[in-house]
Ligand binder design. Structure first.
Ligand code: SAH
Length: 398
């Protein structure tokens, strides 16, 4: 039996939980010090000690844990998790049927009813990501459910227990057979090399699938494409597959170069025909201006927060300036793909940054397309900040 702790919700927060908000925040609780062991069951009660909801204690970002249900008698046993997983997998049935796309998210945390856990599928392999020690306490139930529900080649896991989601090194293999990495998955017909055994990141961010397809199909043919914060270069590969005359990938990390070469080569594209540059993006912008370089399509997908030798970048503070640098090297009638995964602001504010950037340069733009998370990254309206992805395709008119 797991320990059960009653947490008293401050009156002004009670309605929030009653209407389905799942993240248990520290500020909303008057007796958070009662919590001791992650993985304990939390019972949320109002100031009159009336039951509101039930969940678990697991420290993550600003949260103390997640609500799992509103039935006071519910137990969080194997059957409970099995039901959640089953329903989530059924909702992805069209993804399982596709032979064109073999990598997708099958369980998306609170969007599928269990905050703190995601499960991704990579061509027969399952990757569990645990976002707190608390959810990891339930691992046996969850892994057993997974084993019962699906056929799999292998199961891997990532522990990201730290409050900032930092990855904990260790053997990530759980069950089945070990993969021979990289395994090659497909996304809309394009090959992607994936490593489930290396670090927190596997080589591709699945949430950008629809954006990559849109770039390939609508914004690449005959274009010079600049991909900044390019990581393993998967946006560049899609642009090249869509007929870009050349792609230029820029990332600060040394290993981004060999990783990008690999993504091109698993698609039969000679990486020698593309530019792959290891450099600070902000330095590259200065270089491009000095050399008079211009691009037809510029992809901007920075991390929410990053520190390099010379710069500290925070999407919330610095996106406007980043955009201004990009606008300066984009051709008239060129496209800027402005993307952010920051959950600290919403689409309204993001469009404000975009508007300010163009205004300050006396430049004009038109919004061509907009994206948020794809359907496999299921979200619920009760917690809008979980729908973190914002992507806007902008045409620089002049
Ligand atoms: N756009 C990528 C994901 C970006 S992940 C994709 O969709 O695949 C963030 C990347 O930004 C990391 O690879 C990191 O090395 C890089 N990065 C962070 N700060 C940077 C900077 N100042 N200049 C260049 N790259 C940077």
């Amino acid at each position: 039996m797991k320990k059960e702790v009653s947490l008293k919700v401050k009156s002004k927060f009670a309605n929030k939980y009653k209407s389905g908000y799942p993240l248990i925040s520290k500020e909303s609780i008057s007796n958070p010090n009662e919590l001791s062991e992650e993985g304990s069951i939390i019972k949320l009660v109002d100031e009159q000690l009336r039951f509101i909801a039930k969940g678990y204690y697991g420290k993550q970002n600003k949260g103390l844990g997640w609500v799992l249900g509103k039935d006071e008698r519910e137990v969080f046993d194997q059957e409970f998790f099995s039901k959640k997983l089953k329903r989530a997998f059924e909702q992805r049935s069209s993804f399982y049927k596709s032979s064109d796309t073999t990598a997708f998210r099958v369980f998306n945390g609170e969007g599928d009813g269990v905050g703190g856990l995601t499960i991704d599928y990579f061509d027969g392999y399952y990757l569990l990501t645990w976002y707190s020690k608390g959810i990891y306490h339930f691992r046996e139930y969850i892994i057993n459910s997974l084993k019962e529900l699906v056929d799999f080649k292998g199961i891997y896991q990532k522990k990201r227990f730290d409050e900032s989601g930092k990855y904990i090194e260790g053997d990530d293999f759980v069950a089945g057979e070990r993969g021979e990495f990289p395994i090659i998955v497909k996304e809309n017909g394009v090959n992607i090399a994936v490593y489930l055994n290396e670090s927190a990141m596997v080589g591709v961010f699945l949430d950008q699938r629809d954006v990559r397809r849109t770039i390939r199909d609508g914004y690449a043919k005959g274009k010079r494409v600049l991909n900044t914060f390019s990581y393993t270069g998967v946006f560049s590969v899609f642009a090249a597959a869509g007929g870009a005359v050349k792609t230029t990938s820029v990332d600060l990390a040394n290993r981004s170069k060999s990783k990008t070469v690999e993504q091109f080569s698993v698609n039969g594209i000679d990486a020698q025909t593309q530019d792959i540059i290891v450099e600070d993006v902000f330095k590259y912008f200065k270089y491009a201006v000095k050399k008079g370089l211009k691009f037809d399509t510029v992809i901007l997908d920075p991390p929410s927060f990053a520190r390099s030798k010379k710069f500290v970048f925070s999407a919330e503070k610095d996106y406007t300036n980043l955009l201004k640098e990009a606008i300066a090297i984009t051709e008239d009638n060129g496209i800027i793909v402005a993307s952010t995964n920051s959950s600290s602001f919403g689409m309204g504010k993001f469009k404000g940054f975009i508007d300010t950037a163009f205004k300050e340069l006396n430049s004009q733009y038109k919004i061509m397309e907009e994206f948020s998370l794809p359907v496999d990254f299921r979200t619920i309206k009760e917690i809008p900040e979980s729908d973190y992805l914002k992507v806007v395709f902008l045409k620089k008119v002049k």
